[in-house]
Design a binder for this molecule. Structure first.
Ligand SMILES: [Zn+2]
Length: 322
């Protein structure tokens, strides 16, 4: 049985027909309608699901469900978007609006949860029962799989790990709270830390400082390039980021005890350069160190379209229970 997955992103809506093995056999992509037009986004998703239903290979069996991944808080019934940051959805009955126009079982999920589920089913987490994923992009997304199930919490909004507080009274976050992981472990935080290394100057901050003077600002691309070239300043910023993330993982281990921490998102492309400081800080801050089995720390395997694959598989799982 095939299922359709749709991932509503800030700049594009991606969709695909996904097999039970997690393979995308047909895909579509359109720019996300701009201007905060909620109806236009719903219409684009309906059109994409319609089209994907028509082009799904008949050899793959029926398309039985469609899953839609969206940023923000989704309710436990996988029906309503409580809140999404960049689209004006507040208590939006998205599933009902889609079901009106489509003859399919529809489910709605948080985008980081969908990507994490894909990683659990078909990627780095496929051999474990308990996995915690942190997606390090501009912000920080989280997904928790515990005892082979996606953790959503009582209201559906659990697992928002980017907004777990790690620094009391720390930097103000876009969510309104202070000291969230997102302020210390995101791509945006990495740029801030790289800027601070440049401010300190000296031999370590020289390359970062020179680029900032030349271009007027530092970009993620600049910092990634310097990290890849082994620049000590860029690596110092990355190590600081990894140290915060490792401390956060030590706290998460106390609650969730995962066998595996998976890091996704653009910053995770740094690979072992990121994982080493994460692992070191984790061990330093882990309670009962030496007596706690150590989880593995790995980079996500499904770089592209994890949201599409995960949303489809969650929808298939939901439909199978009906
Ligand atoms: Zn926050």
């Amino acid at each position: 049985m095939q299922a359709i997955g749709i991932d509503i992103g800030g700049t594009k809506i991606a969709g695909g027909v996904v097999t039970e093995l997690g393979e995308i056999v047909a895909e579509r992509r359109v720019p996300t309608p701009t201007g905060n037009d909620s109806q236009a986004i719903v219409d684009a998703v309906v059109a994409m699901i319609d089209e994907l239903q028509q082009v799904a290979p008949t050899s793959g069996g029926d398309v039985i469900a469609a899953g839609v991944a969206a940023p923000g808080f989704i309710d436990a019934a996988q029906s309503t978007v409580y809140y999404t940051p960049n689209i004006p959805w507040r208590n939006e009955p998205l599933r009902a609006r889609l079901t009106e126009k489509l003859d399919l079982d529809i489910t709605i999920d948080n985008d980081a949860n969908a990507a994490g589920w894909a990683e659990f089913r078909f990627g780095a987490g496929r051999l474990v029962s308990d996995m915690t994923m942190l997606t390090i992009g501009t912000g920080v997304g989280g997904a928790i799989v515990t005892e082979d199930r996606l953790f959503r919490g009582g209201f559906g909004t659990g697992g928002e790990l980017g907004h777990m507080r790690i620094v009391p009274g720390g930097l103000e976050c876009g969510c309104g709270a202070r000291g969230c992981i997102e302020q210390y472990g995101s791509g945006r935080a990495l740029l801030r830390m790289a800027g601070e290394v440049a401010d300190r100057g000296g031999a370590t901050g020289k390359a970062l400082g020179d680029i900032r003077v030349k271009n007027g600002e530092l970009t993620g691309h600049d910092v990634a390039g310097l990290m890849a070239a082994g620049d000590p300043g860029a690596l110092e910023a990355l190590a600081e980021l990894g140290t915060w993330l490792g401390q956060a993982c030590a706290s998460l281990s106390v609650i969730l005890d995962p066998q595996l921490f998976v890091f996704g998102g653009g910053v995770a492309q740094a690979g072992e350069l990121l994982l080493k400081p994460v692992r070191d800080a984790y061990l330093e801050h882990l309670p009962a160190r030496g007596f706690h089995p150590e989880p593995d720390f790995v980079i996500a395997e499904l770089v592209n379209d994890a949201g599409v694959v995960g949303a489809a598989d969650l929808a298939r799982t939901h439909a199978a229970k009906l």
